[in-house]
Design a protein around this ligand. Structure first.
Ligand code: UT7
Length: 329
């Protein structure tokens, strides 16, 4: 095993809005059914932020819990990295709002745009800062309010997404725990498969763009599905091989929660029984960059991930982006 350990996770926290939207609620909104959503995706309910809650609000709650868990003060933070595709504003970054909310006056703050792989991209950047000796105390958050960019008239997407945030504190390894291997990759040839076409510099907001509903998520679901199965499997195999860890040594895989069938295919690819795969898609749907840190927080709280266990995180998302992180927790 390659035991050169980088950043260690010393605190985790999560936040989800109170409002629950069930499959039965969705049946009243679009032409869909609880049966279709459950069998095609594994989702049963998801959380939806109210009109006064933005992404930075969920980030702040998750970050406060993670700081408490790590026994740290916000003033100790050197860097705040936030992965999101639903920033509070196009600029400044959501990370700057969170810095203000936390009073993390000594931190540099910036956002990462890597869609559903954003949290693993963030862990990779944070791990590099720590391995390079540049910073010691890093807050990485994956957070989304996807409900705000969801087209609630489009049944092919609106049943899939939910809101939430998960936060991790990274610090240098104590020699027993830490990130072993990271992998990030992208395929920009597939940008059109999962996209919000409007609202940026290509199609600035206009009455026409609003009328054409270009400010909402558009997705070619089946194409995304095929790509995801291959990309997640390849990334999982790669980091396990590079880390010299076999799936028999793994305690837990925490995959991006986009579709239960994609998760099962990834587990099959590395021959990992589903009992060792953390799945909470039924409660939260797809929360994009937030799904892995939310799942990890719950797995730790439920005693499914303990100190010294080997954990594999793996994701894919719009871009396309892929990420995998092998961690000795
Ligand atoms: O984090 C990355 C985000 N994206 C993803 O992870 C998405 C990956 N893709 C998927 O998870 C799946 O492709 C979906 C769940 C989106 C769709 O499942 P599918 O098995 O690929 O269904 P499909 O798109 O092939 O659609 C099958 C049928 C179609 O009807 P016809 O043409 O067979 O009559 C759709 O119109 O299901 C219909 N359909 C629905 N029916 C009821 C599509 N959405 C719905 C719906 N309720 N919500």
């Amino acid at each position: 095993m390659d035991e050169k350990l980088g950043a260690m996770i010393t605190g985790m926290g999560m936040a989800v809005p109170e409002k629950v939207l069930t499959n039965f609620d969705l049946e009243k909104m679009v032409d869909t059914s609880d049966e279709w959503i459950r069998t095609r995706t594994g989702m049963v309910e998801r959380r939806i932020a109210d009109e006064n809650t933005a992404t930075s609000d969920l980030c702040t709650e998750a970050a406060e819990k993670a700081l408490k868990d790590a026994g740290m003060s916000a003033k100790d933070l050197d860097v705040i990295i936030i992965a999101t595709v639903t920033p509070d504003t196009l600029f400044p970054s959501t990370a700057c709002y969170v810095q203000r909310n936390l009073g993390a006056t000594n931190a540099a703050a910036f956002d990462i745009s890597a869609a559903c792989s954003g949290f693993l991209y963030g862990l990779t950047v944070g791990d590099s800062f720590i391995r390079g000796g540049m910073y010691k105390n890093i807050l990485v958050i994956g957070s989304e309010t996807l409900s705000k960019i969801t087209d609630w008239t489009d049944r092919s997407t609106c049943v899939l997404f939910g809101d939430g945030a998960g936060a991790a504190i990274l610090q240098p390894s104590d020699g027993k725990s830490g990130i072993m291997k990271t992998h990030i990759s992208s395929d920009g040839r597939l940008t059109d498969l999962l996209i919000i076409p409007g609202g940026g510099s290509r199609i600035p907001p206009s009455h026409e763009s609003l009328d054409q509903r270009l400010h909402y998520i558009k997705m070619e679901g089946q194409e995304v599905f095929k790509y995801a199965v291959k990309a997640m499997g390849d990334a999982a195999v790669k980091v396990l091989k590079e880390g010299g860890v076999s799936s028999k040594d793994l305690t837990l895989m925490i995959p991006h929660q986009a579709n239960d069938r994609i998760i099962q295919a990834t587990a099959r690819r590395i021959k990992l029984p589903m009992e060792q795969v953390y799945v909470n898609i039924q409660k939260y749907g797809n929360t994009s960059a937030a799904s892995i840190p939310i799942a990890m927080t719950e797995a730790i709280e439920e005693g499914k991930l303990k100190k010294g266990d080997y954990c594999l995180m793996v994701s894919f998302g719009g871009g396309f982006t892929t990420g995998a992180v092998l961690l000795k927790y």
